[in-house]
Design a protein around this ligand. Sequence first.
Ligand SMILES: [Zn+2]
Ligand SMILES: [Zn+2]
Ligand SMILES: [Zn+2]
Length: 487
Amino acid sequence: MRRPLDLRHVISPGLRDLVELANTDDFDRVTEQVRDLRGCTSPVNLHGWTITTDQTTKQVVRSYRSEDEPSGRLLTTCGNRRASRCPACSRLYAADTYHLIKAGLSGGKNVAETVHDHPRAFVTLTAPSFGPVHNRPTTDTGKPRPCSCGESHAQDAPELGTPLRPASYDYSGAVLWNAHAGALWARFTTYLRRALAEHLGMTQKALNAALRISFAKVAEYQQRGLVHFHAVVRFDGPDGHTTAPPVWATFDALHVAVGLAVERARLIVESDAVGERVIRWGDRFKVDQISALGDGELTDAKVAGYVAKYATKNAEGAGTVDRTLVCRPCAGRGYVRGPDGFHDRCEDCDGTGQAEPLTNLAIQQHARQMIRTAWALGHLPEFAHLKLWKWAHMLGFRGHFSSKSRAYSTTLGALRDVRRAWRTAQAEAARVRAGLPVDDENTTLVTASSWTYLSSGYRPGEELLAAQVRHDRAYSEHLKSEGAPWL
Ligand SMILES: [Zn+2]
Ligand SMILES: [Zn+2]
Ligand SMILES: [Zn+2]
């Protein structure tokens, strides 16, 4: 007897699931949902509904229920900034950051175009040394010379940035510096205003009345595992970007003031365990003028491109991991409170508080030692506020990868709103084409909704469709001959 062909054993689970999806009532909708995710690696699966009613007539104007989807759920993008997690969402984040920084330099997106003529600088601030590291030094004439260890390291040598003498390297100092880097930056901006007033021979009050300084900054990890900051600094008039700064507020004055503020900004950290530490900037800092003419070294687009690139990098540059190391059940404490009120050793982490043993992490010894140090310092009550366990995988640095002063330019949220509004407009256009009623401006619409999180990721069949989406997008990007490479 001949049996029907059974494909279950010869085709992959993905393909089998895809065949199943293709047999649902609305395969077009399945593909559309995946296409809307633009290749997101790990979409969020939601279950729920949204209903919009007309307040006066009590009529339902529109409703959406995830149950009506062919797969019974709504998929939304993960929105992760990090390229190591989701290349697709990270590209979108980079593009938004690019436009945000560019608007603050050239105008557009509600920023006056005259900002282009204001003094603007690209400033890089670095951490001090915590001990000699392997590097690629050059002579005064720019010729390469060997590292202090005697070797000439290749450009991608893994030992670059790692200590020459790990036993005497100041790991506590390095981790504490990372943990205070954000606070040191805040202090720097305060001191910059003071230094500028002093340099120009005027009072702080007079300076503040005539000049506004706005910033947009990103953090980047150096190979030695310390963050440094790149910042766009712009001078505006008293009413912000729409007004011209006073004539005495020059790039040269800014240059001098940055030098003074770098020297003076410092934080004192006191601890019985590690003694008194002065958190300050390293001697190496850079202040480059952003050319207004567009013919200089540093154009608006170039600066926006740098910042967008740094904003989507994480600590990978320092060779660490991109996930928290805190054991979830015990929140890093190593114990859980039992029903009798006594502390029980956490079984998930064997009492270490770590989600995975640090010795098992596939990373370099230097990054591991930074993590170990962060973990050890995290036990000290005087450093509790630094949440060093939570940020151990970031080598102590607490998050804020990019930040800006409100006056600098538009916000990422505003850019997302524009995108959402555009999508709504498209949906309305589709309703008109379908002959459905369109919202009247005079009606009061009320929206109610309820959503719950189900899971993350695709069904195996959807994963294949997403791979096709990624392929198509990569191909069209390849064809795009102009514009920034990550767009
Ligand atoms: Zn994503
Ligand atoms: Zn060396
Ligand atoms: Zn635990």
